[in-house]
Design a protein around this ligand. Structure first.
Ligand code: MN
Length: 437
């Protein structure tokens, strides 16, 4: 058993919330935090359990969590969870232990708690926190290789890739929770065969499958986070779709990197799957291939290498308007796994703060697109279609290179390990609306 696993992870644990038992995403072993609104009511903090959400604002007034837990629960019941994230791991673990007790089969409090449950299907989800800053990394080495090979077949990875975690500062204001529509951006683009750029709807709209990382406690300006302390700053994870306008990107990105091709919208799954829920699914960072440089000392930690990666699997699905009309299931475009990240999340955090930059509770990091080495595991259409040169055949006879209006992208993830109950992330889903005329 991983050292950090406790009674709340026991695979035999059952809940009196019947839908939680055997639930693919939210069994009692998960207990992710989010912000939800019951029908016609104001947003407040909640925890997903099976097909229900436990209202933490109602729990707060019930007197069932007292003493040191009271301020922790108060922070987790807010309509923005920044204060809760700032409390760090011990507070989250204590609340998790109490919620696990309260929701376990046989809990004497069941009768009182039943009135605090809301059917998830009836509720709307908000962003779980006010996101001060969003940074997107590029840690998926197969993605970086695949994209690089489209431009430099002989030398796909730039010389810095294996030495420095590559990233850029993204846009926090346009991050939206799953279910919010995405408007196709207008922008300046120029195909190689066009003499001059023009302004209009993106012609190569793509998605990127990424892990989102919620920062818990932060660091002061000028006080870098050491690699050995980095894991303590991870509050939890979510799914992240880094929507990408490839034609706008190709024209604008040199020399300063992504800008309007990325900032129009980013979609995340709305639940924070906590670092504590993910404790059993920590795995060793895969060893670097023979001949790769060792990380510099500030990025190399013994514990981080031993248990800094996660056993998480992903899938990306596409639902077109025609498929929706015929009530066909979405078509799976790819499967991926988080062990294909070249850098651990701890290394991303240590690097981000290594110059003294301060991370704050509720900051969001993107891992970079997660792709595997082989076809069927590519995390973007640019890779699957080789920059639009190849088409994807869909059931029903449709084809795609990039996304059309009305298309919907669905991402799902699952953490699993022999001997433990698997947990999921909830969907990261959004539909494309036409560009403004
Ligand atoms: Mn990205």
């Amino acid at each position: 058993m991983p050292a950090a696993a406790d009674a709340s992870h026991a695979p035999t644990l059952r809940s009196w919330v019947a839908s939680a038992n055997g639930h693919g995403e939210f069994p009692i072993q998960n207990l992710p935090h989010g912000v939800f609104s019951p029908p016609g009511q104001e947003p407040r903090g909640g925890v997903a359990i099976g097909d229900e959400i436990l209202d933490l604002a109602a729990l707060l007034t019930s007197g069932l969590c007292t003493g040191e837990l009271q301020p922790v629960l108060a922070a987790a019941a807010q309509p923005e969870l920044n204060g809760f994230l700032a409390l760090g791991a011990p507070a989250r673990r204590a609340l998790r232990a109490r919620l696990s007790q309260l929701l376990a089969k046989g809990a004497p409090e069941q009768g009182r708690l039943e009135a605090m449950l809301h059917r998830s299907a009836d509720c709307s989800m908000s962003l779980p926190a006010r996101i001060g800053d969003y940074t997107d990394f590029y840690a998926g080495i197969h993605h970086a290789t695949n994209i690089g090979a489209l431009f430099r077949p002989e030398n796909p990875l730039l010389p810095n890739y294996k030495h420095v975690p590559i990233g850029y500062h993204g846009r926090a204001s346009s991050i939206r929770p799953s279910g919010s529509a995405v408007t196709r951006p207008n922008g300046q683009r120029k195909r190689p065969d066009e003499a001059a750029p023009s302004f209009g709807p993106c012609r190569s709209l793509d998605y990127e499958l990424e892990l989102g990382i919620w920062i818990g406690s932060g660091n002061g300006l000028g006080e870098p986070i050491a690699i050995d302390a980095a894991a303590q700053h991870i509050a939890g994870l979510c799914l992240l779709n880094d929507w990408s306008a490839r034609d706008i990107q190709a024209w604008e990105y040199q020399p300063l990197g992504p800008f309007l091709a990325k900032s129009f919208t980013t979609t995340i799954s709305p639940w924070i799957v906590t670092a504590e829920a993910l404790a059993p699914f920590r795995i060793a960072q895969p060893p670097r291939p023979e001949g790769d440089p060792a990380p510099l000392p500030y990025l190399l930690g013994e514990a981080d290498q031993r248990e800094g990666a996660f056993a998480i699997d992903f899938e990306v699905l596409l639902l077109t308007p025609a498929m929706r009309e015929k009530e066909q299931p979405p078509h799976r475009l790819s499967r991926g796994a988080s062990h294909d990240l070249y850098w651990t999340i701890g290394q991303l955090i240590a690097h981000h703060s290594s110059n003294g930059c301060n991370l704050q509770p509720g900051d969001l990091l993107g891992s970079g697109t997660i792709s595997g080495a082989t076809a069927g595991s590519f995390g973007s259409l640019m890779e699957i279609t080789r920059a639009g040169r190849e088409t994807i055949a869909l059931p029903g006879g449709e084809t795609r290179t990039y996304l059309r209006d009305g298309d919907e992208i669905v991402m799902r993830a699952r953490a699993s390990r022999e001997g433990f109950a698997s947990i999921g992330f909830g969907e990261c889903r959004a539909r494309i609306l036409p560009a403004p005329g």
